[in-house]
Design a protein around this ligand. Structure first.
Ligand SMILES: Nc1ncnc2c1ncn2[C@@H]1O[C@H](COP(=O)(O)OP(=O)(O)OP(=O)(O)O)[C@@H](O)[C@H]1O
Ligand SMILES: [Mg+2]
Length: 230
């Protein structure tokens, strides 16, 4: 199922003045591929990803998930859609402060599985499968030694990687991440990209925003946003 953005426009208001961030953007984000949305700071990458994820509504234009037009869905349907099959990480990467890293992952997994008709693991392996998958993810992101820590004792790069693990824990079919490699060192940029590449090869549709040259090189497609004239 491809995701199609058809003539998306987004206008915001600041100091009573309207301005255009996305101006008639039409792109296809192909199923099972790794796409990067790139462009300068303030160009509208987060705005675009939030619209794709159904977190924000465009001023004009439509977003289709295959045949289904999601822009006309109500908030409840959108939220159901997100929890069931999408993993979304916004630029703020919030974790729940009173849960440890592994508890954050477990909660994200439980919420997704309970709300979804499709369980990513078979019934008998459900709990054990989720636990071993969590261990695999934490290891791939260099976080195993931090699993019992609370977010307040993690660095911002560790929080970012933890938020990535949380987004992937329920094996979503569609992954949308806003700047997953920002503020990470080279080693961790590579680890994150390698992980996203792997899931995309396994059939997950991966859409991220990034300024990173390495991310653009790793991805199947790069869509560069440019400032609109206003
Ligand atoms: N809710 C809002 N209300 C008004 N203006 C907004 C709002 N959200 C974003 N903007 C403005 O829209 C423009 C695009 O913002 P956006 O966050 O999409 O950019 P970005 O490409 O993600 O930037 P960065 O690389 O810094 O994350 C910016 O000028 C921003 O100030
Ligand atoms: Mg942004």
């Amino acid at each position: 199922m491809d995701i199609v953005l058809n003539k998306i426009t987004k206008r915001y208001k600041r100091d009573k003045r309207e301005f255009t961030v996305l101006d008639d953007v039409s792109i296809t984000l192909p199923h099972g591929k790794f796409t990067v949305i790139s462009g300068d700071s303030g160009v509208g990458k987060s705005t675009l990803l939030n619209i794709v994820a159904g977190l924000s509504r465009p001023t004009a234009g439509k977003v289709y998930y295959g045949e289904k037009e999601i822009t006309s869905l109500g908030d409840e349907d959108l939220s159901e859609l997100r929890t069931g099959f999408m993993g979304v990480m916004t630029q703020n990467c919030e974790l729940i402060p009173y849960l440890t890293l592994s508890e954050n992952l477990k909660l994200a997994y439980d919420i997704s599985v309970k709300s979804s008709e499709k369980n990513s693991f078979s019934e008998e392996e459900s709990s054990a499968g989720a636990t071993s998958f969590a261990a695999e993810l934490l290891d791939a992101l260099g976080l195993s030694h931090l699993q019992n820590e609370y977010p307040s004792s993690l660095s911002s790069g560790e929080i970012k990687r933890a938020a990535i693990a949380r987004t992937l824990i329920a094996r979503p079919e569609l992954v949308i991440m806003d700047e997953p490699t920002a503020n990470l060192d080279r080693k961790n940029v590579r680890a994150v990209l390698k992980l996203l590449r792997k899931y995309s090869f396994e059939g997950t549709t991966v859409i991220i925003s990034s300024h990173e040259k390495e991310a653009i090189e790793e991805a199947d497609y790069n869509f560069e946003l440019n400032f609109s004239e206003n």
